[in-house]
Ligand binder design. Structure first.
Ligand code: AMP
Ligand code: MG
Length: 487
């Protein structure tokens, strides 16, 4: 276990130089205070969890202090936003403080979001508000607990610094961890600004540090792109299987590592709704829940375009062709497991699709349905769940098919079935209204609810005593919360 001053830095991205990032110091927040910290994320840096309670912790992650070995840099990138190309973006309100390696030899980027203005701030103020910082923190740690690849969050630091959005709010910072903060948009930036040398340097950097196994392949860059396609297919399959809606799948928000990244107005589905749009500025539903699948491919195509200097168009197209079949295979595998099935049959895809259609038509709670399906033997479970459906004949037909399918699946006890299903079907997810309750309390200075919710979400599959209120459908007010894009 380490103290804060014992972290070891190795700032590999900073060493790429000024063409890739600009040195900027964090702008401190007034009266920094700890809102919440993740012990699990601290463990990634070998940090003793007790250090979160020390004043220096809030000072470091509130922008007041800096390690001597840190090299804070704002990274430059660009990207396709809602389908259109924006030639220059970059870290407008976040800084890569440095890269720390832990005792296991893993490198972690320390990225401080909300750290003030940078050369890439454009019209923005460089700040993040408490509300969005808490949402990013909770989502990162909740997705991780669900087994969905994601950036992590070490802590949220609150403050008294006023920040103007639709109204006056308070500034906050979230310390984000990831093995890399390189986005699809980094490659697009050097491609579209016609800087082939830097682009090659970036590609070498990513290959050497993040995809070293691809070095052994006959065409290392192609192997790396294929791996990126595979990781995205798997990540998006997990989003779809667990009802996660990212909300702003612009290419500048897509990580080169295939992890969930740059949280905006994200949401987990309450009622199942394939057409759900969590970002109320997304008028056309470009990033609606079901569109995330084709958009994943669209984004990979944008990255492929930026890689044309290194890889032939035919090879890129072939690699892109892997995306949909891989997505479908991962998705179906997860959904089979959510249904408690251990074998594969040709009609399983249809079994899943029919169920989702019925859920959609009746507004059935996506998370609780699967959890309850495992609570009891299949026949009893579907009989109890029947009441949630409007189209009873439709549900009965599905239930008959499901029971027959379960009977063919294997010979196991209900105890085994429940255990297996509960291990993949969470009881607790980050519902918007739960986040909203925690944020409202935090905005009035009470951080206990954020901390409690975080604790609950770190063990989403495990029924926790006294936490029933976190496993309920939302109240009416909490069903259609409009999550503002401003953060
Ligand atoms: P996002 O929608 O958060 O992914 O941000 C898109 C771009 O706008 C990125 O380049 C951000 O750094 C920048 N940005 C977002 N919010 C702010 C802000 N408050 N101040 C400065 N830049 C911002
Ligand atoms: Mg972004």
């Amino acid at each position: 276990m380490k103290a804060l001053d014992e972290l070891t830095f190795d700032n590999r991205f900073a060493r790429l130089g000024d063409a890739f990032s600009t040195h900027v110091l964090p702008e401190p927040l007034d009266e920094p205070r700890l809102v919440v910290a993740s012990k699990a994320a601290m463990a990634l840096l070998d940090l003793d969890p007790a250090v979160a309670q020390t004043p220096v912790f809030a000072e470091l992650f509130g922008g007041h202090k800096l390690w001597a070995e840190a090299e804070p840099r704002a990274m430059v990138y660009s990207g396709h936003q809602f389908g259109g190309y924006t030639p220059q973006l970059g870290d407008g309100r976040g800084l890569l403080l440095g890269e720390v390696y832990n005792e296991a030899g893993e490198h972690w980027d320390l990225h401080l979001k909300g750290a003030g203005m940078t050369p890439y701030s454009r019209m923005g103020d460089g700040r993040a508000v408490l509300r969005s910082s808490i949402r990013e923190f909770l989502a990162s740690e909740a997705l991780h607990a669900l087994g969905i690849p994601t950036s992590r969050a070490l802590c949220v630091i609150g403050s008294s610094t006023p920040v103007w959005r639709e109204k006056q709010e308070r500034g906050a910072m979230v310390l984000r961890l990831a093995h890399s903060h390189i986005r699809f948009g980094h490659f697009e930036y050097f491609y579209y600004t016609k800087k082939p040398e830097q682009q090659a340097e970036l590609a070498e950097h990513v290959l050497n540090l993040h995809y070293p196994e691809c070095r052994e392949q006959p065409e290392p860059y192609l192997a790396m792109f294929r791996e990126i396609v595979e990781r995205n297919a798997e990540m998006i399959a997990k989003w779809q299987a667990y009802g996660f809606c990212h909300g702003v799948m612009n290419t500048d928000n897509m990580s080169i590592l295939g992890i969930t990244f740059d949280f905006g107005p994200f949401a987990f589905l309450d009622d199942f709704d394939a057409h759900f749009i969590c970002n109320h500025s997304d008028h056309e539903g470009r990033y609606s829940f079901s569109n995330q699948v084709p958009i994943g491919q669209w984004n990979l195509s944008a990255l492929a375009q930026a890689l044309t200097p290194f890889i032939s168009v035919d090879a890129l197209k072939e690699a892109l062709g892997l995306y949909l079949p891989l997505y479908q295979a991962h998705y179906l595998d997860l959904m089979r497991r959510r249904l408690g099935l251990t074998t594969a049959e040709d009609d399983d895809q249809q079994l899943v699709e029919r169920l989702l259609k019925l859920m959609q038509n009746s507004g059935v709670d996506y998370t609780l349905f699967f959890r309850r399906l495992g609570d009891e033997p299949a026949a009893l479970a579907v009989a109890r769940l029947r009441d949630d459906f409007v189209d009873l004949a439709g549900f009965d037909a599905w239930a008959e098919r499901y029971k027959a399918r379960v009977a063919r699946d294997g010979d196991y006890t209900q105890e085994q079935r429940r255990e297996r299903m509960h291990a993949v079907n969470p009881l607790y997810i980050l519902r918007n209204y739960l986040a909203q309750n925690a944020i409202a309390a935090a905005e009035s200075g009470d951080y206990s609810e954020v901390r409690r919710l975080h604790e609950v979400l770190t063990r989403p599959f495990e029924e926790q005593a006294g936490m029933e209120q976190y496993a309920q459908r939302p109240p009416d007010w909490g069903k259609h919360l409009e999550i503002s894009c401003s953060s």
